[in-house]
Design a binder for this molecule. Structure first.
Ligand code: H79
Length: 428
């Protein structure tokens, strides 16, 4: 009986959280990812640079001597994050290089132990984030290429095979559990963002064990799905999905330039408009955007990244109604002039209109009557008409909405169509 119950409990875990526990995440829409570690000193790719043998391991680790956090101001970070309109943030508590940002008692590699910063930089961040009322996410790499008990080291250098030395592997699993326990005990995050799961199986990681450990501290903790078949939401990385993802919950993790961490030479920044457009793209497909920033070793944030966050803030605060709590929009066939979303109850269709339209904007395939059209963030009521609605045809008419130039946002104007009930489309 006990066994049966355990199997049932396990099945529940593997199914992930219920809709109610996922709601804050589903409503939040925007999160800020932060990659901060010793890799910012030389500006090399986080962990991958030594794993792929682009940089010798010792040289990579010597960066620790240049990590000062001398201008680190976590309150300012939290303020910037909140001002972007993000509702949650995820910080790399430990990347694949194994260097923990907190004062871990179970490992030798940490910012407080190795660097001139000489202190735990995670705790003050957590306090600042909580102080701003943001949800806290912690990134934690399951794999640790620095750890002697971890099988993989560099791409051409493997330490051992798990099945040849299961006791050695068990020591690593115990270490992982001990660090995760430290994080849950000290910070009890709202979200865990695991990474690096692909190198081992769920059985090897003991994924269900990790889930039950963190849920013993917080039964509603949201977990990304990089834990080999477990977790609550999908995480496409950098590649913006073309079609709507199958997953009910998903989040695009995305860089502003081409790097996660700070890299001096990477100036390939996307413009604020480009990032905003991708954000709206995510909204229209029912997903979140987890937008990354890479602070320098001293804790300052590149101005190009600040600019993007500020523009997101300008736009999200004006258009809050058409951001938070929205759900995926109607088929792209219905509105070729931009993206769409729906209100949670499906009765308001939001149209995201880029730039300056050269005539009325047109929506088709909507069976409902439009009770009212208005500009979000301004309230201006808009003239709208239906063309081509024939009594003997099922095809709904064309909805034409007249949007005067005085109502336009410099980036995306949002039009709310208040419908006579939950949206019904006709797509033939
Ligand atoms: O932290 C950032 C990256 O360093 C990290 N995730 C983001 C958030 C990251 N981990 N892995 N990757 C990015 C790319 C992984 C690529 C893979 Fe593969 C493709 C893993 C498995 C298939 C190539 C082939 C690399 C390993 C095997």
């Amino acid at each position: 009986m006990k066994k049966l119950f355990a199997a049932f409990a396990l099945a529940l875990f593997s199914l992930g959280l219920c809709a109610q526990d996922m709601e804050w995440f589903d409503d939040a829409k925007l999160g800020i990812f932060i990659h901060w570690g010793i890799y910012a000193v030389d500006g090399v790719s986080e962990s991958w640079s030594f794993h792929n043998e682009k940089v010798p391991y010792d040289k990579y680790m010597a960066q620790a001597k240049g990590f000062t956090a001398s201008k680190y101001n976590p309150e300012k970070w939290a303020e910037l994050i909140a001002s972007s309109g993000a509702k949650y943030t995820v910080l790399t508590s430990k990347h694949h290089d194994g260097v923990a940002l907190w004062n871990t008692a179970v490992g030798e590699l940490s910012i407080p132990a190795l660097t001139p910063a000489g202190r735990d930089v995670l705790t003050p961040f957590v306090e600042a984030v909580r102080g701003k009322g943001l949800k806290l996410g912690l990134y934690y790499s399951l794999l640790d290429w620095s750890r002697d008990d971890y099988p993989n080291f560099t791409v051409n250098n493997t330490r051992y095979k798990i099945d040849e030395d299961p006791a050695r592997w068990q020591r690593f699993v115990d270490f992982n559990f001990a660090q995760i326990r430290e994080l849950s005990e000290a910070y009890n995050p709202d979200l865990y963002w695991f990474d690096g799961d692909w190198e081992q199986t769920a059985q090897a990681w003991n994924s269900p064990g990790i889930i039950s450990l963190i849920r013993s501290y917080n039964p509603a903790v949201v977990v990304n799905s990089r834990i080999q078949g477990y977790g609550d939401y999908a995480t496409p990385e950098i590649g913006v999905p073309i079609a709507r993802p199958d997953a009910r919950y998903w989040e695009l993790c995305y860089t502003i330039n081409d790097s996660w961490g700070f890299q001096h030479k990477d100036t390939n920044f996307k413009t604020p408009y480009m990032v905003l457009r991708t954000f709206i793209d995510c909204l229209s497909n029912g997903g979140n955007l987890l937008l990354d920033i890479g602070p320098r070793e001293d804790g300052t944030i590149p101005s190009e990244e600040v600019k993007v966050l500020k523009e997101l803030g300008r736009w999200t605060s004006k258009h809050a109604e058409a951001v938070y709590g929205t759900r995926a929009g109607v088929s792209p066939e219905c509105f070729k002039g931009g993206y769409t979303t729906l209100s949670k109850d499906g009765t308001v269709l939001y149209l995201y209109v880029p730039g300056k339209p050269s005539g009325p904007i047109e929506v088709k395939g909507i069976v409902n009557a439009v009770k009212k059209a208005r500009v979000v963030g301004k309230g201006t009521e808009l003239k709208h008409e239906v063309y081509n609605k024939l009594s003997w045809q099922e095809t709904p008419g064309l909805i034409e909405i007249y949007l005067p130039g005085s109502c336009l946002d410099p980036a995306f104007t949002v039009v709310a169509l208040e419908l006579d009930g939950p949206v019904k489309t006709f797509l033939k």
